[in-house]
Design a protein around this ligand. Sequence first.
Ligand code: ZN
Length: 491
Amino acid sequence: MLEIYNSLSRYKETFKPLHEGHVGMYVCGPTVYGDAHLGHARPAITFDLLYRYLMHLGYKVRYVRNITDVGHLEHDADEGEDKIAKKARLEQLEPMEVVQFYTNRYHRDMAALNVLPPSIEPHASGHIIEQIAFVQKILDKGYAYVSNGSVYMDVEKYAKDFPYGKLSGRNLNDIVTETRELDGQDEKKHSYDFALWKKAAPEHIMHWPSPWSEGFPGWHMECSTMGTKYLGERFDIHGGGLDLIFPHHEAEIAQSCAALGHETVHYWMHNNMITIAGKKMGKSYNNFITLEQFFSGNHPLLSKPFGPMVIRFFILQAHYRSTVDFSSDALEAAEKGLQRMQEAYARLQKLQPIANSQQPIAELVTSLRARCQEAMDDDLNTPFVIAALFDSTRAINTVWDGKGTISEADLKELREVWKTYAIDILGLRLEADDNANANAKAFSGAIDLLLGIRLQAKQNKDWATSDKIRNELTALGFQIKDTKDGFEWSI
Ligand code: ZN
């Protein structure tokens, strides 16, 4: 039975879907005003893992992951300039050009990480009408007020009827002392009230008509609206990063309870954060590494490029509720671990069965599937799944080295468990790199061969052949340098 930790009850609970055989799952997606970084990779991979495991268990899953393209403001999420609008102003682009550009790049990076696309990927800007209707519902129930064209949640009134702060464990007093004093706060009755709808300032370029003003929705509103639109008024799982618990998810609970009179989400799940040398990632720390920079190695904190599967493996080596501290050394260790798995996987495909399985091979194979499933059922314990697979590499290598035998049935079982857990559930591409390496090796071997022929031709004073090879390779984009030992080439 799958057990997952529910951030709301703070216990591991046995997962039981609201509708037999079906799971509705909503995960807060990116605000698309810049390239995805390691902090985006972790929730994407964590909930991709959950999505894959639920499908493996036979559920039909509707997975909704949104794109935030309006309403996420710079300070405390609902004060200051809109993040997309700011980027558009700085780059002199139409805001939707910014959104499309970074959404495309996000999709490219997620595909590289082997993150499956969600079933539905709604945009906040495509659901303005629904968000206005949701705000109106909260106003009608008396838990919000209009002030100078903006609509705010009346947190004090709400907290009299519902427990506000139960997800984050905060109470109103904590929240009062945490809330920063900012301009425009005089519109609010209390500093902890948050915007459901904001009147657009004259310079604000993204705005829509509403009953209250020409403006735009508050950031938290999109997830309450789109979650219930696509998954119903009660759905199974809502996920996101730990940093979203307050204010974002707390505000979502308040909005949904205020509008509908009840909770919408059954299980709240949060992945922990990634730190870099013990520090939170952020532009102000100058330790912001985008996924593209990881893949190219183009960042001062990186010793070399790291492929997307190394990043995925690095993230899965930790349990999703533990912190992960990034360093180039840690990634190099993950790369070695992944290479061991790739090697074992390649050998596994080539092994030949003989007679019976010897001990301890038989025992390793018999227990492997159960160990992997128990680990996944225990709140997605991926480090244990990886450890079990590593243990089975001992069996693979023993047979490979001719120091043990494996039966046909055990070999079949071993291949199936690796396919199910390493490839389908952990989502590791184990053979892709093998092929890429083989291609790269064959390619550079062929160029070396050609340049070797040219060297021979030069020594024989066959200038026609040597010039032909040099000129045609140059025309194809190669740079060829003659050295005293022979030649060097690059592209
Ligand atoms: Zn959200």
